[in-house]
Design a protein around this ligand. Structure first.
Ligand SMILES: [Zn+2]
Ligand SMILES: [Zn+2]
Length: 334
């Protein structure tokens, strides 16, 4: 399968957590957690359309400032999501600056912020033009586990326990469209931007009998095909890619049960491993996982691949022990 997302941890395992998820062939990205994001280029930061924050501890949220700094003055909407209290967190950040000239910007940034409160969400808009002062009350909507969705993918969240509510996050492609090279060759077509329109048409469940116009780079004129017929010749549909991110959670029965279900069949699970298992009492006290617990959860959820991060500084120069412990646990239970 040619993946649609190429997730990567922004920092090394001892630095702030955060997952950058760029879309292949699209100038766009999601981000899970906004800790220190200096490892991202401005070009990458500008690709971010949706930012999801597990909780507002400083190591997961300090990157809000550079994110805002780079996006300010752009005609852009940035959507932000977080746990209960997140609207207040964002408002407090915004009120820390003076915005008297912000309404004069030619390209006004808009922040759409949503917090998850059990079985409902609260959303509110903050516009640069209004000096980021909200003009309306928060809008309440029911929350059924899906935080955000588009025809091609959706982002789900589960509320986990870190002594405060902390979101587990997952992005799942609806299905994956593989383009068959021989099929393109047979029809005399070449790869181009028309393929992303073609995929969007499939994700939108467009009528297969509808005519689809192909503007292939190698063609003098546009060619028309029935969408279903074209799909039959150049595409193979496979299950969508699933990427899950779990961090800052205690190893309680309730968390374990929720994580196993939430991360089920992930193609790639990113999971914290703050401590070695010999220090599990400390891990419990600090509401974090051990490397062994991370490996067991990855195996239990049937994750095809997993990566650990968010190591305690007490293991500086000993990171191999954490990787080894997690791998052994994964192999034992997979
Ligand atoms: Zn943390
Ligand atoms: Zn935390």
């Amino acid at each position: 399968m040619r993946p649609s997302f190429h997730p990567r941890l922004i920092n090394g395992p001892f630095n702030d957590p955060g997952l950058f998820i760029p879309f292949v062939f699209q100038n766009r990205a999601l981000i899970f957690d906004t800790g220190d994001i200096n490892g991202l280029s401005a070009k990458d930061i500008l690709k971010i359309s949706h930012a999801f924050v597990t909780h507002a501890h400083m190591d997961h949220f300090i990157g809000f400032d550079p994110l805002l700094r780079i996006m300010l003055g752009r005609e852009k909407t940035l959507s932000l999501f977080g746990p209960a209290g997140f609207l207040k967190n964002v408002e407090a950040k915004l009120s820390g600056y003076t915005w008297n000239l912000a309404e004069k910007y030619n390209y006004p940034l808009c922040l759409q912020v949503t917090e998850v409160q059990g079985d409902f969400t609260l959303s509110r808009e903050y516009r640069c033009r209004d000096r980021f002062e909200p003009q309306q009350d928060p809008v309440k909507q029911t929350f059924d586990g899906i935080l955000y969705s588009e025809p091609a993918f959706r982002v789900s969240a589960v509320i986990l326990d870190h002594r405060i509510p902390c979101l587990g996050l997952s992005v799942k492609e609806r299905f994956h469209v593989n383009i068959i090279k021989e099929g393109l060759n047979r029809l005399g077509l070449e790869r181009g931007s028309w393929l992303s329109e073609f995929k969007q048409a499939l994700y939108r469940r467009t009528d297969p009998a509808a005519l689809f116009e192909v503007n292939s780079p190698g063609l003098a004129d546009k060619k028309k095909f029935e969408l279903g017929d074209l799909a039959g010749q150049i595409a193979r549909i496979t299950p969508g890619q699933k990427i899950t991110y779990v961090t800052d959670v205690v190893n309680s029965d309730s968390n374990r049960k929720k994580i196993l279900e939430f991360a089920r069949d992930s193609d790639h699970l990113f999971i914290e491993a703050a401590f070695l298992h010999k220090d599990r009492d400390l891990a419990n006290k600090k509401y974090h996982l051990t490397a062994r617990q991370a490996g067991e959860l990855a195996a239990g959820a049937g994750a095809k691949q997993f990566s650990i991060f968010h190591f305690s500084p007490r293991y500086t120069d000993q990171e191999s022990l954490l990787y080894k412990e997690a791998d052994e646990a994964y192999k034992l239970y997979a």
